[in-house]
Design a protein around this ligand. Sequence first.
Ligand SMILES: [Zn+2]
Ligand SMILES: [Zn+2]
Ligand SMILES: [Zn+2]
Ligand SMILES: [Zn+2]
Ligand SMILES: [Zn+2]
Ligand SMILES: [Zn+2]
Ligand SMILES: [Zn+2]
Length: 333
Amino acid sequence: MFRSEVYRVPQEKTNVSAPHDDEGDYYCDMCDEGGWDSETELEIHRQYIHTDILCNLLNNKNKIVCFTCKREQPDRKTLYNHIKEEHLLSSKNAVRVEREIYICDYCCHIFFNKLLLASHIQRKHWPKTTKRIIECPKCLKMVTPQFLYGHAEMHQLQSISLCPICLEKCINRSDLAVHLRSHMKHYYCNICQYSTKRENYYQTHINHHKKYKVPYQGDFARYYIPVKGVLKKKFLTPFPIKGLPLWNNVHICILCREICLSRHKMQLHVSEHIEPKVTLRKRHVCVCGEEFFNNVLLKHHVFKLKGSHSALDEEYITINVPMKSQDVYVIPQ
Ligand SMILES: [Zn+2]
Ligand SMILES: [Zn+2]
Ligand SMILES: [Zn+2]
Ligand SMILES: [Zn+2]
Ligand SMILES: [Zn+2]
Ligand SMILES: [Zn+2]
Ligand SMILES: [Zn+2]
């Protein structure tokens, strides 16, 4: 008798949570305090009690630190892999953000959930004098701003391990990392509307776009999400409900979500959108008018039909990819 065995595909290890014991008590990595039963409380402790140390760390030119979560990284490569994976919810070699993003028109924070952005705008940016009733991004109930805080508490929306995409509360950030795998990646090219389900196809496709060596000379700042450079004493804890501000020289194109790690790279990238793309391509056409995908197919066609069929002289076409002015990523106020 054969006994069927189930082999589990080993999952990639995820250990992005703060140090904690088996009972789920979290400990601070900066002092001896511990015993918090949530990572959220620990994060608040870390950022409010250790403000001065963290401030010094962020201002220390010799250290490489992720400004979003205020944690030191061994080198630049690890830092950018970390930002792409942990904060942009994409793979570490992502060329573009592999999720749909929604950008706040007022503060430029990035959201991964449209309703969360809508409620953020109502809460944060609408004048306090107007009578406001805000839609809960989780249950869609209409609540007044005074009640929203308590209401959000009920859904545990103010948690650091909240899924920024579907707003489900996970146990901790390691659990969140596992949960995020259940959300399909957004492999969509805004430049040419190409879409796929496979990461490697997407990467190959995007690499075809990288052709510009001349930086765009015009005003390119409006094509990317502003990067924050000044450090404030009062930190913004990296809670999904607050959206994600950009630091560490990470530039993201608002038209296609391309990640550029310097202003200059962003400037080069913008050329892809602005300059008309002219590509010369050889066509494989028979004198009978039929066109083939490649020369082998054309030769086969000519060989098979003989007679009056023969390959037409080389012919070239130009492809123009029109520039799209604005995309759906920014919700108008
Ligand atoms: Zn501490
Ligand atoms: Zn970080
Ligand atoms: Zn905002
Ligand atoms: Zn609700
Ligand atoms: Zn989710
Ligand atoms: Zn494309
Ligand atoms: Zn772009």
